[in-house]
Each structure stands twice: as C-alpha cells, then as structure tokens.
Design a protein around this ligand. Structure first.
Ligand code: DQA
Length: 145
C-alpha cells in the first residue's frame, strides 16, 4: 500500500504566484500541489496537501500526523519558522520523518530569517531550491520511510 505523506504550508503561502515572485517564483500553491501529486505518483506515495494561516491549525494537523494514517511530514512553516515554539513542540512529539522546506534561501535573506525554531527538530532541511524544494523533500522522505 502507498505510504501517505502530509504536506503542510504555513501563513501567506496561499499567496504564492503573486507574492514577491522575485523571491518565491511565479508558481501558485495549486501549481506546487499539482507538481507534488505528479511526483508522489512516480514515488508511489499518497499525499495530503494543506495550507493554513493559523498556527493552532498547523499544530493540530501535526498532531494528526501519526501512523497508521501518515508515514511522514513535509512542512514549510513559512514565517512561523522564525517565531513559533508550538510548532517545534508538536514536531518533537511526532516520531515520523519530517522535512522542513523553504522555497527561498533563508540564509541569504534578512537576518531574522536565519534562525528557524523548526530546524533543530526536523529530520532534514531543504531550502533555496524554489518550489522544486517540495519535490526534493518527497524524494528525501521516500528514503526515510
Ligand atoms: C519561506 C521563508 C520564510 O522566511 C517566509 O516567512 C515565508 C516563506 C520560504 O518558503 O522561503 O513565508 O518559508
């Protein structure tokens, strides 16, 4: 049976396509979802792709990411990477492989983006590869599950 991966997207990622295209590219979140579905098919994965502008909702979804329903998590916590304690706490309580994704290279941007509270509890981090980072995360997670 195909393994199931939860892909979570944090605040403002619903604006992709029109939001700072010079930084995040011109693909919309729906385009990224379509690309993830295509890649998942090739990797024999099932995906559940979600976005929320609310920290608590993201935390509740992370708490749901448990076997037998899910086998791994890909998360772009967006701005909450730099502010949230609740998201890394929820991730710490979750035993499945978790990959943190950032579309932009956060280390090449403003200094407040250089620190992510999520990174120390992520299994691995992919950043700076544009929207392709989501596909790289799926390739990586398949090696871990
Ligand atoms: C982001 C980087 C964050 O610093 C920013 O707040 C985002 C998107 C990225 O994908 O590059 O909203 O996570």
């Amino acid at each position: 049976m195909a393994k199931k991966i939860l892909i979570l997207n944090g605040p403002n990622l619903n604006l992709l396509g029109s939001r700072q295209p010079d930084v995040y590219g011109s693909l919309t979140l729906d385009d990224i979802k379509a690309n993830c579905l295509e890649r998942a098919k090739k990797l024999d994965l099932e995906i559940d792709f979600r976005q929320s502008n609310h920290e608590g909702e993201l935390i509740s979804w992370i708490q749901q990411c448990q076997p037998p329903h899910f086998h791994g998590l890909v998360i772009n916590p967006a701005a909450y990477s730099h502010t949230s304690i609740g998201i890394p706490d929820a991730l710490s309580a979750m035993e499945l492989p978790k990959v943190e994704v950032h579309i932009s290279n956060i280390f090449a941007r403003e200094s407040f983006r250089h620190h992510s509270y999520v990174s120390p509890v992520a299994t691995g981090i992919i950043c700076g590869f544009g929207p392709a980072g989501y596909l790289l995360a799926l390739n990586a997670i398949v090696e871990l599950i």
